[in-house]
Design a protein around this ligand. Structure first.
Ligand code: LMR
Length: 316
């Protein structure tokens, strides 16, 4: 399989590329693209690690050599927020980048599975959908917003809270990937579910986790390492699904299957063509249900912002 990383010279891109070089199955191909000239060097650097994953690097304005023949495209390109910014403040910087890159995907690898990491995810995924639709190649099953980091954090914070040194198991996280739109479902935790006060605190901790990293990095960016790990996890699930494993379930921000919003992060069963089935995440605790209902206007507004932008730019 060929996996392309767009934004490969950035903080997430480099870490993700390293993890992919280490963990993709033997025989995989890893193509790195970033406008920055150093991208070729990143590929040469990685190629010295003795795994059977071939790495190539492409810089400049044309991502198409990296995208040609790609089965999976991971997009982390764009700028990261600084303290005091919301993810939505990145819209004006990153919307054009996503639009351009996805236009190249539509042309060169229209059947690829595309996962978008670039923020604001809640708006970038709808932009990508409209670009692909305009190009006549949109298949909602193949387009994902990456929300795995929220699950990674939920799991980690639950373990900290329990202080039992045991895994809390996967904690579902639904909705979107910004502030209140991130709704972790701690009532689904394996073993003893948290008390209501703990549940409220944990939900807020996951919702604010990205901001805490941005503040702690003090102007030098946002989460790169845990994000790279989360993206690796999601990518390996896609690879497994493509290899024929019929039991691969992930949470991702996808179109369809939810009457509350056109795009929603929810559990999906994966196959080689992307989403095979949207799964149910009910029942949820009343606190979680209230959190879902409360965030829907924000989620739908962020989705609509992406759609409106894309339709406006693609009008001519
Ligand atoms: C995160 O959740 O860490 C990312 O979305 C980056 C950010 O700006 O918070």
């Amino acid at each position: 399989m060929k996996i392309a990383v767009l934004g490969a010279a950035g903080g997430i891109g480099q870490s993700l590329s390293l993890l992919l070089k280490m963990q993709l199955p033997a025989g995989s191909e890893l193509a790195l693209y970033d406008p920055a000239p150093m991208t070729r060097g990143v590929a040469v650097d990685l190629s010295h690690i003795p795994t059977q994953v071939a790495v190539s690097g492409y810089a400049g304005s044309d991502p198409e050599p990296a995208l040609t023949g790609a089965d999976i495209v991971l997009i982390s390109a764009g700028i990261a927020r600084k303290p005091g910014m919301e993810r939505s403040d990145l819209f004006k910087f990153n919307a054009g980048i996503i639009m351009d890159l996805v236009q190249h995907c539509a042309k060169v690898c229209p059947k690829a599975l595309i996962a978008i990491i670039t923020n604001p995810v809640n708006s970038m995924v709808p932009i990508a959908a409209e670009v692909l639709r305009k190009a006549g190649v949109y298949d909602p099953r193949r387009l994902f917003g990456l929300t795995s980091l929220d699950l990674v954090r939920a799991e980690s914070f639950a373990v900290d809270k329990l202080q039992q040194g045991v895994a809390a198991g996967q904690i579902p996280v639904v909705g979107g990937h910004s502030g209140l739109t991130i709704v972790p479902l701690f009532s689904h935790q394996s073993g003893v579910a948290p008390q209501e006060a703990d549940m409220v605190a944990l939900i807020e901790q996951v919702q604010q986790a990205g901001t805490r990293v941005v503040e702690a990095k003090a102007g030098a960016g946002s989460a790169t390492l845990a994000m790279a790990y989360a993206a690796l996890r999601f990518c390996l699930s896609l690879v497994r699904a493509c290899a024929g494993d019929k039991n691969v379930v992930e949470y991702a921000f996808v179109e369809g299957g939810n009457p509350m919003a056109r795009f929603f992060s929810q559990p999906v069963r994966l196959g080689c063509e992307g989403v095979v089935e949207v799964l149910d995440y009910q029942p949820v605790h009343p606190i979680e249900q209230a959190a879902i209902e409360q965030m829907l206007p924000t989620l739908n507004k962020e989705i609509q912002q992406g759609i409106d932008y894309a339709l406006h730019v693609l009008r001519d």
